[in-house]
Design a protein around this ligand. Structure first.
Ligand code: ADP
Ligand code: 5GP
Length: 192
């Protein structure tokens, strides 16, 4: 059976805004979605599995992939840690007709949108406030004080880019935010 090529869904949020929570649920409910597994040089958090949340690479292996042109985009932040979208991962899913979900930060997201244009939709997930963002990161219990500080500083920068995205959803009440994101994606999927 022939099928149409899939498209790209870019979901961006300052760290702690609730993007993973929303994306996990979307993946469970919309079977046409596939998650693009990025590569990173950061350490896995407890429970994270190589090949599922990320491909956890050494800096040497990451740099080899840069040289070989394996990344659609990559960025360095959070104390020199690198994150990159694997071209082959995305292209394979699109070829199979799946809609490929990218969970990446602002700069990478804007680069991917420039590459895919109308073949991508970009959604910015926004926390109700920086104070609530701080509380969520603290409650998650995954960050050192230093990493928490870096993430909050970066969040302030990222919030300035809100208007560069196709859609913006405030994640205050989780159910409301989820319904809004799902609606945007269903409209995008059905239009294609
Ligand atoms: P991100 O992937 O954007 O870094 P997470 O999905 O890990 O963020 O969410 C950060 C923390 O906030 C998690 O502990 C999560 O359970 C919690 N959280 C997510 N959305 C909400 C919400 N709408 N209200 C309250 N807490 C939330
Ligand atoms: P975390 O360390 O919390 O998993 O992710 C930190 C940030 O890196 C998040 O904003 C996440 O979206 C972003 N990120 C994850 N993968 C990629 C990627 O492949 N490219 C870019 N540019 N950012 C990524």
């Amino acid at each position: 059976m022939s099928h149409r090529r899939g498209k790209v869904i870019i979901i961006v949020a300052p760290s702690g805004a609730g993007k993973s929570t929303l994306v996990k649920r979307l993946m469970d409910e919309l079977s046409i979605l596939r998650f693009s597994v990025s590569a990173t040089t950061r350490q896995p958090r407890p429970g994270e599995i190589h090949g599922k949340e990320y491909y956890f690479l050494t800096l040497t292996d990451f740099n080899k992939k840069i040289e070989e042109g394996d990344f659609l985009e990559w960025e360095e932040f959070y104390g020199g840690k690198r994150y990159g979208t694997l071209r082959s991962d995305v292209e394979n899913q699109l070829d199979k007709g799946y809609f490929c979900v990218l969970d990446i930060e602002v700069k990478g997201a804007l680069n991917v949108k420039t590459i895919f244009k109308e073949d991508a939709v970009s959604i910015f997930i926004k926390p109700p406030s920086l104070e609530i963002l701080r509380q969520r990161l603290e409650n998650r219990g995954t960050e050192s004080p230093e990493s928490l500080k870096e993430r909050l500083e970066r969040a302030e920068m990222e919030l300035q880019y809100e208007s560069s995205f196709d859609f913006c959803v405030v994640n205050d009440d989780l159910e409301t935010a989820y319904t809004q994101v799902k609606q945007i994606l269903e409209t995008f999927i059905n239009a294609n």
